[in-house]
Design a protein around this ligand. Structure first.
Ligand code: PGA
Length: 257
């Protein structure tokens, strides 16, 4: 059975001191929870190094929010996989819709980043999702299929198990409008079937597929109980220790079924 994963995407929030404070309170609030789900937080780059020692001896892993497709070199403003590893990251969010929307990232670029992350031993959390216009035009399945094929191009059958997918409908991110559990599960199911065709059913069954988009303590439970939803990528609600802990608790509860 797949383990649930709850990942916090802090986006461009929290300075160094605020990071230390939130990591400390989060570590304290998850301390006594059962270890049946995985937890990762993804603070901004500058805060990774302060977060790492505070996460020692906790069950919380560390991830970054983006990564260069290049190795070290003359790429002003970029951060390499090697740097993320040395900062203590195990995960990296790639292809978030805000990167696609505001920084021109597209599937071929994200695919290069996914390949680089896997080669470096980082677990990529690869984001896909349709816009409201695409959903209303009835082309969600086509958009998601193209994105999945694009971001995973060239990833081998041996490596597909190292990838986490996050389905994040763009219209649900930061809007307070989450997809219904059924809407979300339908797309998760589509992704799993597609992976079954592209790789194997066994690989597809193992794949962790997160839902993201206005997940909070109130709606997490019903989303996470859906058969193809393996946890969440949490934005706004990951910025408060108690709210994020409630979401982790919902993942633990859903794992019992
Ligand atoms: P949200 O963001 O939970 O604030 O909607 C999710 C995400 O963008 O990863």
């Amino acid at each position: 059975m797949r383990r649930k994963l709850v990942a916090g995407n802090w986006k461009m929030n929290k300075n160094i001191d605020e990071t230390a404070e939130l990591v400390r309170s989060l570590a304290a609030s998850v301390k006594d929870l059962p270890a049946d789900a995985d937890i990762v937080i993804c603070p901004p780059f500058v805060s990774l190094v302060i977060a790492k020692p505070l996460l020692e001896n906790t069950r919380i892993g560390l991830g970054a929010q983006n990564m260069s497709q290049q190795d070290d070199g003359a790429f002003t403003g970029e951060t390499s996989a090697r740097m993320l590893l040395s900062a203590g990251c195990t995960h990296v969010i790639l292809g978030h819709s805000e990167r696609r929307q505001f920084y021109g990232e597209n599937d071929p670029l994200i695919n290069k980043k996914v390949q680089k992350a896997i080669a470096a031993g980082l677990t990529p959390i690869v984001c896909v999702g349709e816009t409201l216009q695409e959903r209303e035009s009835g082309i969600t399945d086509r958009v998601i299929t193209a994105q999945i094929k694009g971001v995973l191009a060239g990833i081998s059958a041996d490596d597909i198990g190292k990838v986490v997918i996050a389905y994040e409908p763009v219209w649900a991110i930061g809007t307070g409008k989450n997809a219904t559990p059924q809407q979300a599960n339908d797309v998760h199911r589509l992704i799993r079937k597609l992976l079954g065709q592209l790789y194997s059913w066994a690989a597809a069954e193992q794949l962790i597929i997160l839902y993201g988009g206005s997940v909070n303590a109130q709606n997490a439970g019903t989303l996470f109980r859906e058969p193809d939803i393996d946890g969440g990528l949490i934005g706004g609600a990951s910025l408060k220790a108690d709210g994020f802990t409630a979401i982790i608790t919902a993942a633990l509860e859903a794992s019992k079924k």
